[in-house]
Design a protein around this ligand. Structure first.
Ligand code: 4AZ
Length: 267
């Protein structure tokens, strides 16, 4: 557990450094540069503009989802401790992080899951300094009804294990993996916290979230065909390896806590 979670955290730090060092390069690129089109990245492809309006890129090198006009749901391991925090920039409304039409907001507060110590409870809310009212939010699952099936994952994280952060939002779909299977000796051998984590991926590997996707949502359609968030990218052993599904915070398990925290934050 510690080994993989530690690797996960290191990956995120490395991703943040990569993003920081990429900044000048990205900003130097012409805004009108052509979309490279579908890429073979963690088995996914490039999302289209507006396809996932709730997706958020965070300046520390994580993903997030717009929970309400002024709150972004992300992973606890992406943020520091609860309190005033004006250091995070959220980028929204674009698949191309270099787009001149991107929306940006500074944070003004971080709420990290109480009791978070690096194992489980991997969720946090970031409050934006001013609301974003032009984008659809992503409702969270409040029951386990949707904690199975086929899930969509999306993010600007690495396209291959150890690879660079991405300019264009990518997406993929991955199947649910039961706690029993995910905790089998062939997979995580008991490292997964069954109550508050949910696994998704292929036994053969090839499709997965990766470094820099942390904090982003895993979601599916509900019975009304609306997107609903069931997971938060949390950890895994590498990316897209055989027998190493992605591990996600199980949003339904925390939904009451997330909702009450959101209320207390004014969102
Ligand atoms: C990361 O470091 C990370 N394959 C995210 C997801 C996974 C592994 C690492 C799952 O942000």
């Amino acid at each position: 557990m510690v080994r993989f979670r530690f690797r996960r955290v290191l990956g995120t730090v490395a991703a943040a450094i990569t993003v920081a060092s990429m900044g000048a390069v990205l900003n130097a690129q012409p805004a009108a540069a052509a979309d490279p089109g579908p890429q073979r990245v963690v088995g996914g492809s490039t999302a289209t503009q507006g396809e996932f309006p709730f997706m958020v890129r965070l300046s520390m090198g994580c993903g997030g989802a717009l929970y309400s006009p002024n709150l972004v749901l992300t992973a606890a391991h992406c943020v520091g401790s609860t309190g005033t925090n004006t250091s995070i920039t959220a980028t929204l409304g674009v698949v191309d992080l270099n787009s001149t039409s991107k929306i940006t907001r500074k944070s003004n507060y971080v709420y990290r899951a109480p009791g978070y110590t690096g194992a489980g409870k991997d969720w946090a809310l970031i409050r934006l300094a001013s609301p974003v009212t032009t984008l659809a939010t992503l409702p969270i699952a409040t029951t386990s009804t949707y904690d199975t099936g086929t899930f969509t994952i999306a993010g600007w994280g690495a396209a291959t294990e150890g690879g660079a952060q991405q300019r264009y939002l990518r997406k993929a779909t991955v199947p649910f993996v039961s706690d029993t299977t995910c905790n089998s000796s062939a997979m995580y051998g008991g490292e997964v916290i069954a109550t508050d984590e949910i696994c998704a991926g292929y036994t053969a590997g090839g499709v997965d979230t990766c470094q820099g996707d942390s904090g982003g949502p895993m979601f599916r359609r509900d019975s009304a065909n609306a997107w609903i968030q069931v997971g938060i990218v949390s950890w895994g052993d590498g990316c897209a390896r055989p027998n190493k599904p992605g591990v996600y915070s199980q949003v339904s398990y925390f939904s009451a806590n997330i909702r009450s925290a959101a209320t207390s934050l004014g969102g």
